[in-house]
Write a protein that binds this ligand. Structure first.
Ligand code: NAP
Length: 241
């Protein structure tokens, strides 16, 4: 019999129709959580939810562009009306950006900051009362190693560095409400990011999103007496250290 470590928990996951977000939704649902899936496009979102239900999990879909504050407010209200509380929020939705300073125009900058940074604030702020209503909620923010070392992309590095500051603020505000917050800095994952073919690189170069999702599910189920403030995850051969 599988162990339902997240039974009776409500988990909201953004970017839940593909890649890491989908893997996280599957793992949290397998651990017994009712998962609330957010992404922009209906079809992949419904497909992800149906596959979770077929495996015995509980999944609901809320199509929403996290970069659109009005849509986020509407979506958060609908989630609040459907669920008494939110126990787990995984802010995972993210998009890549032009790799160079000179190759980044203002619209690319605005779009990437809106999704990767503002979207996290919009949704976390809009769901704050639902997180406070849980006994011990958990906010997990997905950054990337670009959030530690920057790199050539001003918009991507800027958005992920900004997310570190936002995560600190969430952690500080959360103390009064028993809300934990973790920022994760993963390196390369095998999700087809930037159109890369999936399954071609060895695991030592590109992490399996399912494996990263397993770690996130364990984090979400960890005892509420401590918090992992931040964690860096890298493929074994990555020259990070
Ligand atoms: N893959 C890597 O190598 C890597 C490395 C380090 C960090 N990360 C970070 O990990 C996270 C997940 O990456 P991934 O590789 O799993 O991405 P992915 O496979 O490209 O999936 C992105 C997901 O986000 C959704 N999404 C994109 N824009 C959105 C928006 N504006 N509003 C709502 N949903 C949106 C997409 O669905 P729709 O398009 O339908 O909205 C999709 O479900 C990102 O934050 C990324 O920065 C990835």
């Amino acid at each position: 019999m599988k162990e339902e470590t997240l039974k009776n928990k409500v988990a909201v996951i953004t970017g839940a129709s593909h890649g890491l977000g989908r893997a996280v939704a599957e793992r949290l649902a397998a651990a017994g959580a009712q998962v609330v899936l957010i992404a922009r496009r209906d079809e992949p979102l419904n497909e992800a939810a149906e596959s979770i239900r077929a495996a015995g999990g509980a999944a609901a879909v809320y199509p929403c562009d996290v970069a659109d504050s009005a849509q986020v407010l509407e979506t958060a209200s609908a989630i609040q009306a459907a669920y008494r509380k939110v126990d787990i929020l995984v802010n995972n939705a993210g998009i890549p950006a032009p790799r160079t300073f000179e190759g980044t125009d203002i619209s690319a900058w605005d779009e990437v900051i809106a999704v990767n940074l503002s979207g996290v604030f919009y949704l976390t702020r809009a769901l704050w009362s639902s997180l406070c209503a849980a006994d011990s909620a958990y906010v997990i923010n997905i950054s990337g190693t670009a959030g530690l070392r920057g790199g050539g992309s001003p918009a991507y590095g800027g958005s992920k560095f900004g997310l570190t500051g936002l995560n600190h603020a969430i952690a500080q505000a959360g103390k009064a409400h028993n809300i934990r917050s973790t920022i994760l800095y993963p390196g390369g994952m095998d999700t087809g990011w930037r159109g890369a073919p999936i399954g071609e690189l060895p695991r030592s170069e590109s992490m399996d999103p399912q494996a990263v999702a397993t770690m996130i599910a364990q984090l979400a189920a960890s005892p509420a007496e401590f918090v992992v403030n931040e964690a860096v995850l890298n493929p074994l051969n990555h020259p990070f250290m």
